[in-house]
Write a protein that binds this ligand. Structure first.
Ligand code: GLC
Length: 685
């Protein structure tokens, strides 16, 4: 190892000082970790802050203090996770996402539902924002709290959910059950009721510098020339006038999202230090994964869209490395819903490869799945996945069918053109299709944030409503129900099969259709994302073991997928899923090459049988085929292109090499098939 640089050595002194209460052998571990990750701290900070050396020492002091305050149980967890740093890449981890109150009332209530989560194979629980929001500190605050993303106090849990101690207790209970806890960390903004914003409004100059404040509209207008609007409908523009700012003269403050969410000025190193403190405190409560909310937006640069600027990645690198020293079991997940070609940077590219976040949402794959189901074609999905840079091997995608947010149609114009589509027209089609306006559409979603200026529109809706279940029930058609459940199964199989952490949004495991009364709740009427954040319907959940019911069919399918997945080491996230051209555009084919075995996944995104030349699958490296999801050996038939596989409507096949000992006929359960659609997966039409 090279000798550490003088600034890193100086920082080490600060680290040792602040951790001096710890036993010497624990301090030694801390020092080793500083040698490992300190350079990443300094390197990240040096790319952003003029006085990075001094700042690194201040960071080190905070890290030492946090390490000294860490509970023994969490230190033990650190040691365990250092032995298994790839835990989140393992195929036995399935994620579940819910609002604690909507799922189980309170944090204590969540602990009582651990058994339910384990039934689904959940090993990762993302509890939606649970820190005190503006409406908690001021119940009369108008406009709500953006689903918890307008945080007023990072050191208090929302009172109706419980206390900070309840959160720590829940983390312990989850850990005992083999579940990692994810919480949101809103980095980009605080509520205007947060003490920093309150102070800025009261004339505190130091706190004013925590925000981007402008005396008049000149600079904001210059920025706005290149800024897209996030909420053009209910929060147009990116700046808000506040009469109290600048000593009562009034000023404009940067508010990318709602007017009550004030963007932090990360160019101010005090902001970095304060937020690092928040990160470390959450880590010390037992949080395993921090979801970096809206991280793309934290750095502003004139003339750009102010998303994903290089400083964003440098700052996250520094924060992550500092966190690793104090709490090495903690990982970062980037919430960056950006264009496909800008996504991998959040996991690190170039010299930052593998040094930024550990996880990032694969929103493009999600969008492509919905697009494929709407068109019955997989060529655009294949195109979009082709040639994407590989992610760093130690990282993983968070894959999902949908989340608590709307679906924005992140279809790249060049990808669309490559398959003969206009990007703009296709995006409009998808909005028309998923809102149910398009003739013959099976979907029943709602249009979110239609922007008349650009024609953009996004979609809200539960997975089941978007996949056709609501329409099927409207039409009272058992056949349509089968098709809808087939689509739902395919979507989930694709996200469970991609590699990474598949995230199940609460309610989707029961094919919940969404909350019809979403608009009636205070502060929600303008924001139809609430339609797909329903309260858990425990009566519906009672049906989950009854295979004659819709919830029973969906729940069983997901349990089965989780079990199959856990048994397939080749689904480890270190390797990529790359698209394969199998000569049939109605079938999305993904190839995974892993030392544990090659997998070719076939997803028939159409409602018709499809034929796939077996030679294409064999050429990818498989000989005696075995379909892992349903458990059978698919047979081939002579066809126009030689031996062909017949793939049923909406089938999801994970093809691998058949072990010698497996009988070609397969298991009985497999022969029945597990997909929602009542078609035999192993039958030929
Ligand atoms: C993220 C959240 C979204 C929220 C926004 C602002 O995108 O997922 O729900 O509105 O950040 O915090």
């Amino acid at each position: 190892m090279n000798d550490p640089s003088p600034p890193l050595e100086r920082a080490l002194v600060a680290l040792r000082d602040s951790a001096s209460d710890l036993p010497e052998h624990v301090v030694e571990q801390l020092v080793d970790r500083w040698h490992r990750w300190g350079p990443d701290v300094l390197d990240g900070l040096a790319d952003v802050y003029p006085d990075a050396e001094e700042l690194t020492a201040r960071v080190a002091a905070r890290v030492g203090a946090a390490a000294a305050a860490r509970r023994p149980a969490l230190r033990h967890r650190d040691a365990q996770r250092l032995l298994r740093p790839d835990w989140f890449q393992q195929p036995d981890v399935v994620g579940y996402v819910a609002y604690a109150d909507r799922f189980a009332g309170t944090l204590r209530g969540v602990a009582d539902r651990i058994g339910y989560l384990r039934e689904l194979g959940v090993g990762y629980l993302h509890l939606m924002p649970l820190l005190a929001t503006r409406t908690d500190v001021d119940p009369s605050a108008e406009g709500g709290d953006d689903g918890g993303y307008a945080v007023a106090d990072y050191r208090r849990v929302r009172p109706h959910l419980g206390t900070v101690q309840d959160l720590a207790d829940l983390a312990d209970r989850l850990h005992e059950a083999g579940i990692s806890l994810t919480v949101d960390l809103v980095l980009n903004h605080v509520a205007r009721e947060h003490e920093w914003a309150v102070g800025a409004r009261a004339g505190d100059e130091r706190l004013s510098r925590f925000f981007h404040v402008f005396a008049d509209r000149t600079t904001p207008a210059a920025y706005e020339r290149t800024l897209p609007e996030v909420f053009p409908d209910f929060a147009p523009g990116s700046f808000t006038h506040d009469p109290d700012l600048l000593g009562g003269r009034g000023g404009w403050v940067w508010t990318t999202f709602n007017s009550f969410q004030w963007d932090l000025n990360w160019a101010n190193p005090e902001v970095l230090l304060e937020m690092l403190g928040v990160v470390l405190d959450l880590a010390n409560l037992g949080v395993d994964v921090l979801r970096l909310d809206a991280v793309a937006f934290i750095w502003k640069r004139m003339g750009t869209d102010c998303q994903g600027q290089p400083e964003v990645h440098a700052i996250v690198q520094a924060l992550r490395a500092a966190t690793r020293v104090a709490a090495p079991s903690v990982v970062f997940k980037a919430e960056a819903i950006v264009a496909p070609d800008r996504l991998t940077a959040y996991l690190g590219t170039g010299r930052r490869a593998g040094r930024v976040s550990d996880l990032a949402y694969h929103n493009s794959f999600m969008v492509q799945l919905w697009s494929a189901l709407a068109t019955g074609r997989a060529d655009l999905a294949r195109q979009s996945l082709t040639g994407r840079p590989p992610k760093p091997v130690g990282t993983a995608w968070a894959t999902y069918v949908r989340c608590h947010d709307d679906i924005g149609w992140a279809v790249d114009d060049a990808d669309a053109a490559a398959v003969g589509l206009s990007g703009w027209a296709h995006r409009s089609f998808l909005s028309a299709f998923y809102s149910g306006r398009y003739p013959g559409s099976f979907a029943r979603g709602l249009v979110f944030q239609h922007n008349p200026a650009t024609g953009d529109a996004r979609i809200s809706g539960s997975a089941a409503a978007l996949a056709g279940l609501a329409a099927a029930l409207e039409h009272d058609s058992a056949e349509e129900v089968d098709l809808a459940l087939g689509r739902l199964f395919l979507l989930h199989a694709a996200v469970y099969g991609f590699g990474g952490v598949p995230l199940l949004y609460s309610g989707d495991e029961l094919a919940h259709l969404g909350d019809p009364h979403w608009a009636a709740e205070p502060g929600h009427a303008a924001d139809n994302r609430w339609v797909h954040r329903p309260r858990m319907d425990w009566a519906l959940a009672e049906q989950r073991h009854d295979p004659a019911t819709v919830p029973g069919r969906v729940f069983a399918g997901l349990r089965h997928l989780a079990a199959v997945r856990a048994g397939l080491p080749s689904l480890h996230a270190a390797v990529e899923s790359v698209p394969l051209d199998v000569g049939n555009d109605a079938v999305l084919a993904l190839l995974r090459r892993h030392a544990a075995g090659t997998l070719v996944q076939l997803y028939n995104v159409s409602s018709a049988w499809q034929r796939v030349p077996a030679g294409r699958v064999r050429a990818a490296g498989l000989q005696r085929l075995w379909e892992h999801v349903s458990g059978f050996a698919p047979h081939t038939e002579p066809g126009a292109s030689g031996d062909e596989l017949a793939v049923p409507p909406y089938a999801a096949w994970w093809l691998g090499e058949r072990d010698e000992e497996r009988p070609p006929g397969g298991r009985a359960a497999g022969r029945r098939g597990v997909a929602g659609a009542r078609v035999r997966q192993d039958a030929v039409p």
